[in-house]
Design a protein around this ligand. Structure first.
Ligand code: DLL
Length: 426
């Protein structure tokens, strides 16, 4: 499947697309109304390139149809939910049928196989288990290839390192920043990952990283590092580099990808950087047609040396929207604002600072107080500060340091407010 001639692959993609569009048009009000409002019907899809006639979808569709209005399967057929960040206070809910879980698992099994992880391996899955797709996604994929899985999830780094040694862990799946952090903790514990562990491969993603970080990980930690990519809306982590480490393979029989100019929405060709748009061909509970992911990347043209014909994309270089990724967790500044606006002592002026200390990201929010709430009673102010941090933690799922600012002290903006200062260097 992965090495099929490109013409056959395109034909397969066309047939799957045509089937998907006809099916949704016939069975689902959301998709039918969308297509009618764009004046397009399944009969208009006569070749693969006709995909460009179909309307785009984005996170707003998921938010507006929260929680399950976009689902195309009855509740009784939905066997799992995952939840990720939405653009405002509302999260993005993703549902899976049994077949969806199987399809996703298969994609991850392909991903792990393509980096050489299989039944001889012990893999430590240090992505978060739970609402996030990383932990359970990699877990199922790793079991499918017959690897022994250590479901370590995130945190308790010292214990994770002890288990890594005791259980002869050979590979790890986590965010790149967490692996670097593990390396730092190991050093402090007197552990040399190269000599004292069997760790040799890492499947790293969920946040942007660079080739220089790959270089650091490979040299300092003695681990081969591979990029893995995906988003909750397309199922979760799905696609990886192969051992050539030259672009992420997007399994062509499962998804059609397009690159568009974020401003004009014009289709861009190989080699041109733009916004990634994905149509997933095999999802049941929540199909995705022309979903604007907002990640920026480039389609690579030449064939991969590994022999796979699946199209490839370069590393994600950024986003066309304002989403921040902090320790693998998606955060929209609008969510921060939404949370702060619920706190009566605050006036709606705020600044977000993101820093990287060692390998880990930290978020600090300066919030301006209303004059009537401002007081010199230290205890009251400390309590308020704690309350703000805990509200932010509740909604964003990350620890945030809140800093109280006196009335009128934060900058005001004439034009577009610049409320996010991201001081991280990859
Ligand atoms: O982060 C799924 C995932 C889990 C991918 C584990 C890889 C490994 P979301 O929480 O929905 O899903 O966040 C998706 O994270 O649109 C990108 O902006 C970013 N992202 C994911 N992988 C990469 C990567 C998961 N390899 C959002 N490089 C995406 C850069 C990445 N950014």
């Amino acid at each position: 499947m992965e090495c099929m001639p490109i013409d056959e692959l395109r034909d397969l993609q066309y047939k799957s697309l045509k089937g998907l569009v006809s099916n949704l048009y016939g069975s689902n009000a959301f998709y039918r109304n969308r297509m009618i409002s764009e004046n397009v019907s399944p009969d208009d899809i006569r070749s693969l390139s006709d995909i460009s006639k179909l309307p785009f979808m984005d996170k707003n569709d998921l938010r507006d149809n929260y929680p399950t209005d976009m689902f195309t399967s009855p509740r009784k057929d939905v066997v799992r939910y995952h939840v990720s960040s939405g653009t405002t206070g509302k999260p993005t809910l993703v549902g899976y049928t049994r077949n969806d879980i199987e399809f996703w698992t298969e994609s991850l099994a392909r991903a792990l196989t393509s980096v050489g992880i299989g039944d001889g391996d012990v893999i430590q899955v240090s992505y978060g288990y739970g609402l996030f797709t990383g932990g359970l996604g990699l877990h199922y994929g790793a079991e499918k290839v017959g690897a022994t899985v250590l479901p370590a999830s995130t945190g308790s780094t010292e214990r994770q390192l002890e288990l890594m040694i005791d259980l002869d862990v050979t590979s790890i799946a986590c965010t790149p920043s967490y692996l670097v952090h593990m390396g730092d903790v190991a050093k402090k514990m007197g552990i040399d990952l190269r000599k004292d562990t069997k760790l040799r491969k890492a499947v790293l993603g969920a946040e942007p990283w660079s080739d220089s970080m790959r270089g650091y990980i490979e040299k300092e930690l003695g681990v081969q590092a591979y990029d893995i990519y995906g988003t909750s809306e397309i199922s979760g982590p799905m696609f990886t580099e192969c051992t050539e480490k030259n672009g992420i393979h997007v399994w062509g029989d499962t998804a059609i990808m397009e690159i568009i100019d974020p401003e004009t929405c014009e289709s861009l060709g190989p080699g041109e950087e733009g916004e990634l748009v994905m149509t997933v061909l095999k999802k049941e509970a929540m199909p995705m047609i022309r979903y604007r992911i907002r990640d920026l990347t480039t389609v690579m043209d030449e064939k991969c040396k590994c022999g796979r014909t699946s199209p490839r994309i370069k590393r994600i270089t950024g986003r066309s929207d304002d989403m921040l990724i902090i320790r693998g967790i998606n955060v929209f500044p609008s969510q921060v604002e939404h949370t702060l606006m619920q706190i009566p002592e605050l006036c709606g002026q705020y600044m977000i600072y993101v820093d990287r200390v060692g390998a880990l990201d930290y978020m600090n929010v300066q919030v301006e107080m209303r004059p009537e709430a401002f007081s010199d009673k230290v205890d009251d102010m400390l309590k308020l500060k704690k309350r703000i941090s805990s509200e932010l933690k509740k909604y964003l799922n990350i620890a945030v340091e809140a800093e109280l600012m006196s009335p009128g002290s934060l900058p005001r903006f004439d034009g577009k407010a610049k409320r996010v200062i991201d001081r991280r260097v990859l």
